[in-house]
Design a protein around this ligand. Structure first.
Ligand code: MG
Length: 394
């Protein structure tokens, strides 16, 4: 099961909590200019028909005793951080999607924390105990339904769409509730007389693709209760990199190669320390005239060994036609994943062996550098790699 946790009127609730004078009053958090729109409305303000993204002047027209509070992003972020920390205790597979929303996949966590509903209530309780803020949780076997569910019993609600209810739920779900359906898609829906997600099934894939483009296929999948999107841990968006400004601008291939290897080792060590692998490697070069370029490459398989990172970075470097001297070299990795994420089997066993061997070299190097400092071991392994690999590098 997947849980979608969403804070209730997040910014406004924080302001009401911190300023008792605002309790039970119609409050909006917004900017102060003429063009400002409502960022968040308290539930008391929502009762007047005030919604997020509504121009503030319009909100004032709807409620003459509306209280307007300027936003304090720093404070909201600090609260968000604590909330995400709490949620992450319940499952390692967590994806934060905005400042006040996250998904968790609780597969395998039930034995520890109980049923999906128990987990939802425990999360809500813990957040409330620590921050006096209420939240709503949606539970469903697929991701997009979890999000829809969290909205159903707001505020302070828990909504479960069990496996056996999925079909019926989809059948009657108003099509405008499906994430990603905008105004123009809605017009087409009306023409096709599609009122619920279930109605999508009256049309074939070719027709849906013609009418909705790429989204056609997704809609058809969703209407059949299939959502291939997984809860993605947020490592994916992050990167690890290491760069250095050279003591003088250089043009020499061997020297640059050394620097790339040195940086690759830093990145590799960092990656392994965090128990991550990467699926993308990039290099960054800054030239004597301060112009800069980056080049990146997807790896065939997830990697974390310094030598593998180096090989990818070097391949990128070799493709660049140098015209100017280089003043800065950087190597980095993105598309990060947990190391124990299942990896597709390698097709070439020899390469696999090589990869395994390099991994054990890395482990040895890492533990030695940990004990004796990174410089001692770095030099030796640099030399090793240079002499054995890429003799044709020039
Ligand atoms: Mg929210």
């Amino acid at each position: 099961m997947i849980l979608h946790i969403d804070m209730d009127a997040f910014f406004a609730s924080i302001e009401q909590r911190d300023n008792p004078g605002l309790k039970n009053r119609p409050v909006i958090v917004s900017g102060n200019s003429k063009r400002s729109v409502v960022s968040t409305a308290s539930y008391e303000a929502r009762a007047f028909g005030i919604r997020s993204a509504m121009p503030v002047f319009q909100a004032k027209q709807k409620c003459d005793h509306l209280v307007i509070v300027p936003g304090n992003m720093k404070k909201y972020q600090a609260n968000s951080k604590k909330i995400m920390e709490i949620i992450s205790h319940f499952s390692p597979v967590m994806e934060q999607v905005s400042i006040d929303e996250a998904y968790i996949d609780i597969k395998g966590c039930e034995r520890l924390f109980g049923s999906s509903e128990d987990i939802a209530r425990a999360i809500k309780k813990k957040i409330y105990a620590r921050l006096s803020l209420s939240s709503s949780v949606g539970i469903a076997p697929i991701k997009f339904l979890a999000k829809i569910a969290s909205d159903i019993n707001k505020p302070d609600g828990v909504t479960i769409i069990t496996k056996s209810r999925v079909k019926n739920f989809i059948f009657t779900l108003p099509i405008q509730k499906v994430p990603g359906i905008g105004k123009s898609a809605m017009k087409t829906m009306e023409i096709l007389q599609i009122k619920t997600l279930g109605d999508i099934n009256n049309y074939s894939l070719p027709i849906l693709t013609r009418k909705f483009g790429k989204m056609g296929q997704r809609l058809l999948e969703l209407s059949n209760g299939i959502d291939p999107s997984k809860v993605e841990t947020n490592y994916k968006r992050k990167s690890i990199s290491s760069e250095t400004t050279l003591s003088k601008d250089i043009f020499d291939f061997e020297n640059i190669k050394q620097v790339i290897l040195d940086r690759s080792q830093n990145v590799g060590r960092d990656l392994r320390k965090k128990k991550l692998v990467c699926e993308n490697v990039f290099i960054k070069l800054k030239f004597s005239d301060f112009s800069q370029i980056t080049r990146s490459k997807k790896t065939d398989t997830p990697i974390c060994s310094s030598s593998a990172i180096f090989n990818e970075a070097l391949a990128l470097y070799k493709k660049i036609r140098l015209k100017k001297k280089i003043r800065l070299v950087g190597v980095g990795v993105t598309a990060l994943k947990d190391k124990n994420t299942p990896v597709q089997m390698q097709l070439i066993p020899d390469r696999n062996m090589c990869k395994k061997q390099w991994e054990s070299v890395d482990l040895a190097v890492d533990s030695i550098s940990e004990k004796f400092g990174s410089n001692i071991i770095k030099k030796a392994s640099l030399n090793n790699l240079y002499n054995k690999r890429n003799p044709d590098a020039e």
